[in-house]
Structure formats: structure tokens, C-alpha cells
Write a protein that binds this ligand. Structure first.
Ligand code: GDP
Length: 478
């Protein structure tokens, strides 16, 4: 299809079925209006209740956002070290932490928490988040002002931070009968959180937290599945998401619009390499072993998976010339990886041998960055562009444990083939399986029953929260 000619016409479903608010300046964020030209239309309709809650969140954000009267008043509590008082606006401040895929997932978790608790989400962008995403809410920014009183504190937030919810509980400084609460609390929700930090995900604790105007959150976990296990959010969540496995799909498409700079990377790449194909196949290769790779056991796994499940066409190693056909299918394979070795291997395979079915196969890889540079701007832009490009494919293969892959599958509404994590550098058998749902996996959920205060299996409580395909102790919505 010719995308460039469509760009001049008015797209049909510009606002993604009402998911997006109107009233933005179109030029400041082209992706918001042009995404429907590249993305397949979503098969999942957001509930009208979700739409109305998003619109009321946008009003709240307008009233409470940076430098509004309410914001100015509420941040004064922090400046003068006052205790909590009832304020018109309450906030969740999200701290930038970990890789980009992780950040997209934790921002979504923080936003859903803000929706459920009528808080306003503000984002501390850190050094390297500016110019990746457009502003998601009309009129008022979601970026935390640079003169926010606790900015200096952000640098030392960790599991040990004395003003964290978990540590204050541990030292008995806080309990449900505490009369005077602090004006802020730090919520440590990262992989190294302890049993006290995890109490954030218990209903009883939410009552106390609801009285604290500022919650500062640092996380590298998609904790949404555990919110679905909390009785006080249950009813609201089922109204917001009658189809439970669409949380990230809808909220991700609502929140994350590539900035014009990243949109340029995405659209130029798509038009040059992917637009004319009959079928687009994405393969995301992420390896958590040491060294950049490529590794033979990973290459074997990718081929075992994709050939077994007919994601890629077989090659005929006995013949030199394949079937010639007028209407051969053109398949574009988009590989993303820090290393270029897998791409070279697959490309050579389709150059050196004909396909059995006559398919014509082209193989591309946008970048080979070798290793993760978390604080480099162009590196992050490329990572974001690649996640987005993967989301535009028709069939997706992802790597176990990788939030980079989760973002692509969720935005694209795809149930990917997940390459299992390997043990001892060997190819797992079976090499992969198809995901149960397009939702991300919560990698470190608590296994604690808030009521009985005993351990239990949170993956066996309700049918819509299950253990993940790629991590047996993780939880995901299905
Ligand atoms: P995860 O570690 O796989 O869960 O994903 P994250 O996105 O949180 O962190 C990995 C980071 O490494 C990314 O944000 C990128 O900076 C980099 N990275 C990993 N794989 C790729 C890739 O295929 N392409 C690019 N451009 N960067 C990658």
C-alpha cells in the first residue's frame, strides 16, 4: 500500500475509537494522528467506561498539573516539611529507572494506579527520556517540574531509603492508626523489594496510603496483575477492562506516542523496508547471557521455533533454483537484536537457498548497538523505534523475560511466539510457545495473602491472573 499518499488524506480513525482526546496541536505530535496509517486497526474496543474515566482523568490533570494553584499549594507541604493534610489533588511521581521497555511498563502501571486512586501522574524524566514520547494529556504537561522540592532526593532512592513505606512500617513509624502521616512516602517497587515494600499491594495498606498527598514510585515491574487481585479495585477494574487482557494494549496506545523525532525513524524505516511486503514478521532476539553474542544455541532456537511453527518458510537445501511464480509472496523479516550475527545468518540462509514454497524473503535489522547504553539519547530513540516497528508486524517472535518484547506485543495486539529462556547455553526443547495473551508478565509478584498473612500461590486464585509462559513464578493477565 502507498502510505505516503494516504498521509495527505484524513485518516479514518484518527482518535483510535475515542481512546485519544481531541484538542491537541497535531503538528507537535504527528504520530498521534498518523499511527492509524501504520498500525492495523485494533481488534479490541476500549470500554465506554474506560473512555469516560480517561476524559475525567484529563480534567483532573488539567486542574492539578504542574504550576496549577493546587499543585503549588500541595508542593508547599514538601517544602516546609509539613505532615499530610487533606488536599484537593494527590499525586504519584514516577521515577525513571531501568531500560526503556521496563519504563514503558512501569509508567503504565503507575498510570493505572493513578486512575484507580484519583491521583495525578507526574513523570521525572531523568537524563534521557526527553524527546521520546509526546505529552499524553491535553494542556498540562505530565513532566514533573524541575524545581520540584524532592528532586535531589531522587538520586538516593533505593530499597534502604529510610522514608520508604516499607522501611517506615518495619520501624513501626507508620501504622493504620497513625494520626499524623508524612506529606510524602517513597514506594520501592523494584525487583529487590522486600516483604514490607510488597504490602503496597494489599488493600489494608491502601487506606493509609490514600491519605498521603505525594507518593514517589520507583519500579521496574509491571505490577498490574496484582492490582487485579485486590478486592477494593476489583469492581472498578472489571468496568474499565471487561476484557482483562487488554490493559496494556489500551493504556499503552493511549499514553505512548512517539515524538516527532522518533516518528521520523519509524516511518522512514517502515516505508523503506516494510510497507510493500505481503507479510511482516518480527523477531526480537534478546539474550541475558554475558557477552553480546551471537550464540549458536540461540540461532538454532530461533530457526527451530520459526520453522516448526511455520513463521518462516523452509528453504530447499537440495535445489539451486526455486519455484518461479508470478505472484510469489513477499515476506519481510524484521530482526531486532543488540548483535548483528542472527540477522546475517538468516539473510544468508534465504540468499543461498530458495524457499520451498516460492516465497521471496527479505531480512532487515535497523540497528546493532552491541550493548545497552541506558543514558544515551539516540540509542533510546532507536530502541523505542524498534519496539514500535515490531508492533507493526503481522507475526511476532519474542524472547523470554524481555520487557522490550512485551511492549511490542502489547502495542501491536499480538500474541507472540516466545522463545524460552535457555539453561546452560543450550537450545530449549520445545524452543518456544505461543503466548496465552498479549499482556506483559509481572516478574516478581508477591506470594502473600494479605488477609491471612501467609504465603500462597497468587497464580491460582482467579482465572484471569495466571503464571507467565516465560517465567513460572511471574503473573500475567489472560
Ligand atoms: P529488557 O531488558 O529486554 O526487559 O528491555 P529494556 O528495554 O527494559 O532494556 C533493554 C535495553 O537494551 C533497551 O532499552 C535498549 O536500550 C537495549 N536493547 C536491547 N535489545 C535491543 C534491540 O534489539 N535494539 C535496540 N536498539 N536496543 C536494544
Amino acid at each position: 500500500e502507498d502510505v505516503s499518499s494516504q498521509l495527505t488524506d484524513m485518516p479514518k480513525d484518527k482518535l483510535l475509537g475515542g481512546l485519544l482526546a481531541s484538542g491537541f496541536d497535531e503538528g507537535s505530535c504527528l504520530s498521534r494522528y498518523q499511527s492509524s496509517l501504520f498500525q492495523k486497526p485494533s481488534l479490541h474496543k476500549p470500554s465506554s467506561y474506560l473512555l469516560s474515566r480517561l476524559r475525567s482523568y484529563e480534567d483532573l490533570h488539567k486542574r492539578c498539573g504542574p504550576y496549577t494553584k493546587s499543585y503549588n499549594r500541595t508542593q508547599k507541604l514538601l517544602k516546609s516539611h509539613l505532615s499530610a493534610s487533606s488536599t484537593e489533588c494527590k499525586y504519584v511521581v514516577w521515577i525513571s529507572y531501568s531500560g526503556l521497555g521496563n519504563r514503558v511498563l512501569t509508567l503504565t502501571s503507575a498510570f493505572l494506579y493513578a486512575l484507580l486512586t484519583n491521583r495525578v501522574l507526574l513523570v521525572d524524566q531523568g537524563k534521557d527520556m526527553a524527546d521520546l514520547f509526546c505529552e499524553p494529556f491535553p494542556e498540562k504537561s505530565w513532566v514533573l517540574p524541575v524545581d520540584f522540592p524532592l528532586k535531589e532526593t531522587f538520586k538516593i532512592l533505593s530499597q534502604k531509603f529510610p522514608h520508604s513505606y516499607g522501611n517506615m512500617l518495619k520501624k513501626n513509624i507508620l501504622n493504620t492508626s497513625t494520626v499524623s502521616l508524612p506529606s510524602y512516602l517513597y514506594l520501592h517497587l523494584a525487583h529487590d523489594y522486600d516483604d514490607h515494600d510488597k504490602l503496597f499491594l494489599c488493600d489494608q495498606d491502601q487506606t493509609l496510603l490514600s491519605r498521603v498527598p505525594w507518593l514517589i514510585m520507583k519500579s521496574d515491574l509491571y505490577f498490574v496483575p496484582s492490582l487485579f487481585l485486590m478486592p477494593s479495585f476489583e469492581q472498578e477494574l472489571s468496568k474499565l477492562f471487561p476484557q482483562k487482557d487488554t490493559v496494556f494494549h489500551h493504556l499503552g496506545r493511549y499514553l505512548f506516542h512517539p515524538s516527532n523525532h522518533v516518528w521520523g525513524l519509524i516511518t522512514r524505516y517502515y516505508q523503506a523496508y516494510l510497507a510493500k511486503a505481503d507479510e511482516r514478521i518480527g523477531i526480537q532476539i534478546r539474550n541475558f547471557d554475558t557477552g553480546p553474542g551471537p550464540f549458536q544455541y540461540v540461532m538454532d532456537q530461533v530457526l527451530a521455533c520459526t520453522l516448526k511453527y511455520k513463521v518462516l518458510p523452509q528453504v530447499d537445501r537440495k535445489r539451486t533454483i526455486g519455484t518461479q511464480s508470478e505472484k510469489a509472496n513477499l515476506k519481510a523479516i524484521l530482526i531486532t537484536s543488540l548483535s548483528s550475527g542472527y540477522f546475517e545468518n538468516v539473510r544468508n540462509m534465504y540468499w543461498e537457498h530458495p524457499t520451498v514454497n516460492g516465497d521471496v524473503v527479505e531480512v532487515f535489522q535497523p540497528s546493532q548497538e552491541q550493548f545497552q547504553h541506558t543514558e544515551n539519547r539516540l540509542h533510546n530513540s532507536k530502541a523505542w523505534a524498534e519496539m514500535y516497528l515490531l508492533s507493526l508486524t503481522d507475526v511476532l517472535v519474542t524472547s523470554a523475560w524481555s520487557t522490550f518484547g512485551y511492549v511490542a506485543q502489547g502495542l501491536g495486539g499480538l500474541k507472540p511466539w516466545i522463545l524460552y529462556k535457555s539453561d546452560n547455553q543450550t537450545t530449549p526443547n520445545p524452543p518456544c510457545r505461543q503466548a496465552m495473551s498479549m499482556e506483559p508478565c509481572f516478574h516478581a509478584p508477591p506470594f502473600y495473602d494479605c488477609k491471612t498473612k501467609k504465603g500462597m500461590d497468587n497464580g491460582a486464585l482467579v482465572p484471569h491472573v495466571r503464571h507467565c509462559e516465560d517465567m513460572s513464578w511471574g503473573l500475567k493477565l489472560v
